[in-house]
Each structure stands twice: as structure tokens, then as C-alpha cells.
Ligand binder design. Structure first.
Ligand code: N01
Length: 534
């Protein structure tokens, strides 16, 4: 008997219940659409659910790393620290889910496996680990840093000790007391966790392939005066996010190193080092643009590392030799100081790559007997969450194949051949080179307004044109080429994963991007093609 498949039918299916997904759910519900979120985890939170390693914390000031869509919400919520720790951020997103009654529209522990555009019906058919769905719109709120990178180190599978990965850290507290611990990787996750692990471990071996620039967070309890000031002018404060190149109000500065007296520059860099965190990079407008100016700021940090770290050889190894900001800048609490501890060792993987991992050991320059191995090896960034799902568009085209030689998207929102599919903070948008919270809200607002416009104007299908998409990616790269971001190997350009296409994906410049988004709306969604449903 020819049995019809039973689908759960919605106007929109959203994938992912992080900050992006739950705000998108709220907006589309308010528009009167039937909506559901499919979420792999057993709770909301996205990246803040998975990344629970010791020291996990946001390096954007709490007052800026929060939703702005509801004035009461932003007035009521009080952050306890200048930079919020992961548990508090998770508490906040849970609070938002409850306050806006969103949980009933989220299906937890349902991983999306496949999403196929049915051209006959102009509908998406989405298969999760549990159900099949049919939906007009499919919105990916899957995050930029959500698929862990687990390199295939020789013998990794043979290791019989305890293996941890920062991006999938267990819920239970991990006690490293008396343990010999190895950590591979020295990006943000390692830089945040190493000082805390070193406090407990008997020995901590840090395996570094590339050193990173890191600025002290000087975190502390929330300054009540600053909080009161910001709360008294929150809408105006939030607007500043969109006026800053990186979407962070706290780091606006127009002056340049090139045009400032060098002594004055050194004094200002010292102030920025002590107070600005990530703002150290944006503290002078030309650090991202001018190689010489960048070198002044980079040298300042290199010298700081050499001042802090007592052992000269270790200090040399920890001092990066590429442009500051070329890899995502880190913000730490006592990272470099940790290398002055007697139980902490730095091993240079560039000189001595990992040869073999065995039952209870790791071999590089020598054999290290270890109990615990921590992978802080990052993510298949920006595209991994999309290419790891079987997304099939028009003419049976797989997104994974379409992006084989590099991801392309129009505005980081729409993809040619994938009608009625939207990505929130997708490749080609400021996303990871901006404050994610205002960028997420910007995209959710834009997508919701677009869907509302389609309803009002009786448009059924939207798809970005191939020309618009190609021109957009040319612009993304032209802008990137005027900066210092493109000549460093980083996850911004796929270089952290050997098999991945190398292309620079974030759009640099929040104000320009914001202007373009507005222009496109004013011109009836220029660059998108609208069609009737079949
Ligand atoms: O990952 P990473 P992360 N052999 O990719 C090394 C955000 N975040 O999880 O540089 C040996 O930065 C790799 O070496 P290399 C933030 O945007 C935010 O730390 O490729 N080593 C690198 O050292 C951040 O940038 C916060 O040579 C290998 C490390 O592993 C992003 O997430 C906190 C290797 C990976 O570093 C990613 O950070 C934490 C191999 N085969 C994270 N493969 C906040 O504060 C990789 N490595 C908000």
C-alpha cells in the first residue's frame, strides 16, 4: 500500500535554540506564524550550553552581550560581573525562554539530519532524529562556532585516560587534583581554562601549535554606577553597537597610531591593556588596517608577555609573530602568569608535532605520561553547522557540494538555490567579527520583517540571485583585503582545518553592513528574487 508520509506542518522551522533561535521564535510567533525550534541539546543555550569548561566566560562586556528587544527585560536583569561567566549567561537565556513562554515551542533532543526543498510544493521537508516536518520557511540559527574540530591525532582512539573537549564539556564538575593533564590548543577556550586547571593539576602540559595574543580582562564585579548609567540610556547605548566597526560600543575610537605621537601611543596602549580587554584591538582605528600601526600594538603585547613570563624560552614561544587580530584576539584572567608556575609546561608543536597518543601517554618532543587529555582544538567555524546537515536545495543541489570550494551567501542571510532558507549570522555577515548579540538581533529583525513583507505583498518564495551572491562575496573579500585579517592562518578563513576550503568569510564593518541591509529593504529586497509557490 502506498502510505503518505505524515509530516508535522509549520510555517517556519528554526534549527537551534541558542540566542538566535529563541529570539527568532519569539518574533515569528508574534507575527502569527506557526513555528517550532528543533534543538539537539536537552535545553536552551546553544554555545553557552555546550561550552562549560572551567573559566568559560564572555569577553564582550555583559551590558552589551544581552538582548535589547525588550526594555523591561534589559532593565530587570542584573549582571553580577563586568564579563559574565557561562553559568550566568545560561541562566539568562533560560530566564528569557521562561519570561516569554517559549519552551512549549521547542523540541529538545531532536537533531536535524536532513532538510530538502520540495520544489513541487515549495516547502522544506525536514527530518530530525525523531520526526518529519514540512515547513514553508527553514531558518538556521545554528551558530558560527558549534561543530567541534576533533583532529585525528595518531593513536587518539587508543587513549585510555580521561578525554575532554572544551566545546562538549560534561555537566559534572571535573576535578584535576593530583592529575597529570595535557591540553592541546591555545585559543580562547584554552586560554580561559588553563589558569584554573593549573590551580588543581599536579602537572599541566600545554601543547601549542600557534601562540595567541591575549589581553587581561581585569574582570570584576559589575560597577553599579556604570550599570545605572547604561540602564538610564539603554536604547542610545545599544545604537552605539551598530556605529562601531566591530559592534562593540565600548571600543569606539577614531584616532590612529599613525597620526599620534609614539610616546602618547605607548601611554594609551598601557591604559587599554589595563582596562579595555578586546577594546585593545579597536582602541586605535588603524590597528586593523595599517601593518605598521598593527605592529606597534602587537609589539606592545609581545613585550608584555616577555615582562610577565619569567622563563625566556617560554616567553619567546608564547609571543606571536603575526598581526595582532589576525587570529581572534583573546581575553584572559592570568593566562601568561600561569606559565610561571612550577607545574605548568609549554610544548612547541610547530617544532615537535604530536607523534603518537597511546594508552596513557602523548609523545611529541618526548613521552608525556598523562591521566587526562583535553582537546581545546576549536571548531569547524562558520560553515560546519550548515554543512554537517544534509541540506538539499533546488535541482537536488547539496549545500555541502555548492560550498566545496568556499562558502557563498548573500548578506550572510540567503543562499542561491536554497529558497525560503535563511541563516542567522551566516558566512558573509559581520557575525564573528562583531558583537554576536546585536548582530543576531539585527538578522532576526531583518528576516522577520522580510517574511512580513512577503505576506503583505503576497510573495511565496524568496531566493538570493546568483549575481547578488557573487557580488556580495567579492565585496566581503575586497573589504577584508584592506585589513590585516587575511594574511594569518585562522578559523576566519578555514585554515584551522586542513580539508576545508580557504576563504575569508566574515564581513568586516558593522556600520557599513547595517547601512546596506537598510538600503536593500528600501529597494524592495534588491538582490532577492521572489516567486509564486508551485
Ligand atoms: O578554538 P581556536 P577555541 N594540532 O580555534 C589548535 C570563541 N570563543 O575554542 O592556531 C595542534 O581559537 C589551534 O592551533 P592553530 C572565540 O571566537 C569565545 O579556543 O590552528 N593544534 C588553536 O591553538 C574563539 O576564537 C570565547 O595553530 C591544533 C586551538 O587548537 C573561538 O570561539 C571563549 C590542531 C584552537 O583554538 C574558538 O576558540 C572561547 C592540531 N591538529 C571561545 N587543531 C569568549 O570569551 C587545532 N589546534 C566569548
Amino acid at each position: 500500500m502506498n502510505q503518505e508520509k505524515i509530516f508535522k506542518k509549520y510555517d517556519a522551522v528554526i534549527v537551534g535554540a541558542g540566542f538566535a533561535g529563541i529570539y527568532q521564535l519569539l518574533r515569528l510567533k508574534k507575527l502569527g506564524l506557526s513555528v517550532v525550534i528543533l534543538e539537539k541539546a536537552d535545553q536552551v543555550g546553544g554555545t553557552w550550553h555546550w561550552n562549560r569548561y572551567p573559566g568559560a566566560r564572555c569577553d564582550i562586556p555583559s551590558l552589551e552581550y544581552s538582548y535589547q528587544f525588550d526594555e523591561d527585560l534589559q532593565q530587570e536583569w542584573n549582571w553580577s560581573e563586568k564579563y559574565s561567566a557561562q553559568p550566568e549567561i545560561l541562566e539568562y537565556i533560560n530566564h528569557v525562554a521562561d519570561r516569554f513562554d517559549l519552551r512549549n515551542d521547542i523540541r529538545f533532543e531532536e537533531e536535524v539530519i536532513n532538510a530538502t526543498f520540495d520544489e513541487n510544493k515549495s516547502k522544506w521537508v525536514i527530518s530530525s532524529s525523531k520526526e518529519e516536518y514540512e515547513s514553508k520557511f527553514c531558518i538556521f540559527a545554528t551558530g558560527c562556532l558549534s561543530v567541534p574540530n576533533k583532529p585525528d591525532f595518531p593513536g587518539l582512539g587508543d587513549f585510555k585516560g580521561h578525554i575532554l573537549q572544551t566545546s562538549t564539556w560534561p555537566h559534572e564538575e571535573q576535578d584535576f587534583t593530583g592529575k597529570k593533564v595535557a591540553i592541546i590548543g591555545t585559543g580562547s577556550s584554552a586560554i580561559q581554562s588553563i589558569p584554573l586547571i593549573a590551580e588543581q593539576a599536579e602537572e599541566l602540559y600545554v601543547f601549542q601549535r600557534t601562540p595567541n595574543y591575549s589581553i587581561p580582562s581585569n574582570n570584576g564585579m559589575m560597577d553599579k554606577e556604570i550599570e545605572a548609567d547604561v540602564k538610564s540610556r539603554y536604547p542610545e547605548f545599544r545604537k552605539e553597537n551598530y556605529q562601531n566597526g566591530f559592534g562593540i560600543a565600548a571600543i569606539s575610537d577614531e584616532s590612529t597610531i599613525a597620526e599620534t605621537d609614539l610616546e602618547e601611543v605607548q601611554e594609551q596602549l598601557e591604559i587599554n591593556w589595563q582596562t579595555a580587554g578586546l577594546g585593545f584591538f579597536g582602541g586605535y582605528a588603524d590597528v586593523a588596517l595599517d601593518k605598521n600601526s598593527n605592529n606597534v600594538a602587537a609589539n606592545f603585547v609581545r613585550n608584555k608577555i616577555k615582562d610577565i613570563v619569567k622563563d625566556n624560552e617560554t616567553a619567546e614561544l608564547l609571543a606571536p609573530d603575526y598581526h595582532i587580530g589576525g587570529k581572534r584576539l583573546c581575553v584572559d584572567s592570568g593566562y601568561f602568569e600561569t606559565f610561571n608556575k612550577d607545574n605548568v609546561y609549554l610544548i612547541d608543536l610547530k617544532k615537535n608535532p604530536i607523534k603518537q597518543i597511546s594508552l596513557m601517554s602523548l609523545e611529541a618532543d618526548r613521552l608525556y605520561e598523562i591521566d587526562t587529555l583535553i582537546l581545546a582544538t576549536g571548531f569547524d567555524a562558520m560553515t560546519g553547522a550548515l554543512t554537517s546537515i544534509d541540506i538539499i536545495g533546488r535541482d537536488n543541489i547539496k549545500l555541502k557540494d555548492q560550498w566545496e570550494s568556499g562558502a557563498k551567501s548573500y548578506l550572510g542571510i540567503g543562499i542561491t538555490n536554497f529558497p525560503n532558507l535563511f541563516t542567522i549570522t551566516g558566512p558573509g555577515s559581520p557575525s564573528v567579527l562583531s558583537n554576536m548579540m546585536p548582530s543576531i538581533e539585527q538578522h532576526v529583525n531583518w528576516i522577520t520583517d522580510c517574511i512580513e513583507w512577503m505576506i503583505e505583498n503576497e510573495k511565496e518564495v524568496i531566493e538570493s540571485s546568483k549575481t547578488a551572491e557573487e557580488d556580495w562575496m567579492i565585496l566581503v573579500n575586497e573589504i577584508a583585503d584592506t585589513t590585516v585579517f587575511t594574511d594569518t592562518k585562522s578559523w576566519y578563513n578555514g585554515s584551522n582545518i586542513e580539508s576545508k576550503a580557504k576563504s575569508f568569510l566574515p564581513f568586516i564593518g558593522v556600520p557599513v553592513y547595517t547601512e546596506i541591509l537598510e538600503e536593500i529593504v528600501a529597494e524592495d529586497y534588491k538582490g532577492f528574487i521572489f516567486d509564486k509557490a508551485n
